[in-house]
Design a binder for this molecule. Sequence first.
Ligand code: AMP
Length: 396
Amino acid sequence: MKHVLVLNSGSSSIKYQLVEATTGEASAVGLVERIGEAEGSLRHEGPGGRTERTQPIPDHTAGVQAVLDLFREVGPSLDELRPVAVGHRVVQGGDRFTAPTLVDDEVEAAIDALSPLAPLHNPPNVAGIRAARAAFPDLPHVAIFDTAFHSTLPPEAYTYAIDREVAREHGVRRYGFHGTSHAYVSRRAAALLGKEPEDVNVIVAHLGNGASITAVAGGRSVETSMGLTPLEGLVMGTRSGDIDPAVIFHLQRVAGMSTDDIDTLLNRRSGLLGLAGVNDLRDLHAAIEAGDDDAALALEVYCHRLRHYVGAYYAQLGRVDAVVFTAGVGENDDVVRLEALSGLERLGIVVDPERNAGRKKTETVISPDGAEVTVMVIPTNEELEIARQAVAVAEG
Ligand code: AMP
């Protein structure tokens, strides 16, 4: 048995799972939220049941300590299960970290040094790593980077057409994110097609609150919609995705908005939230049902952008074996899946409305038998992928 404690540390939260890396079974799942606020909240589910409580959690060190307490109180016992590694999700690995990496002091400092590229994500990732290394000093800690799967992007895909000196000096290029999910899902897609990853071309749409789409050729990411940061590409819950960069100068000059104002606007007040006032697809559908025209337009913009990318990536790949939907929206929203792929019959992409109907908790083909392109829903499992990669590195 190879249990791995998988940690995903955000600015005010720590999500965790204890995952067995061969079977994929999670023996504990939990969430620490509102770190740094007056009252933090804890949720832990293990073989002994489910616990929820609130207590002050001033920082990530206290958060990790609270997780240890929950394992002690509710189980399973870490002393008995003896995890073989701690796997840490890290958002930005820059040019250096193109594979999962064993964390030592130097690596921890290097991840921290990448913070200017991911100011919202890397600092809390490092805080989580630091706290967990102190709590589990004898275990190997492995950093798994969201950007790593996209390190295979060819230069023509990752290069922005701006002054090359400026780009080089400041690390301005497309990095791509959600790599752990795209890696897991594209490999599962090959398995479902009964082929090796090297032999298939797949388009993966990871549609969660954040969303990105990736073209995977022969197991390698060759094009992806997120860029320097997770802001580029698809319409998301609260992010705009693609816009003309001149919108920023226009708002600075005409609306008197500051850089920070516009950062907040595009990252937190745009996307579905900006268009319709809600960022959750369930609320969006309810609003459409109630006759809200803004909500109807928001869904159309969302699906239009998605269709645009599927067509673009088809053109880049030349041949597509599968289009795959994953994450919260991709797994649950049959309207988005049907609408986003409508009108693509000439490309061999067809969705069978009956197969597509409803939420998909398991891997499901939603195209008709004999379709040129297999359209699938594959529930993502980033924790399992992190656990497997952590074991591979820890066993060296
Ligand atoms: P994720 O970031 O992968 O957890 O996805 C979260 C998003 O999934 C939510 O913001 C919703 O938009 C979407 N979602 C979750 N459940 C459903 C559902 N039953 N139907 C439609 N969308 C859903």
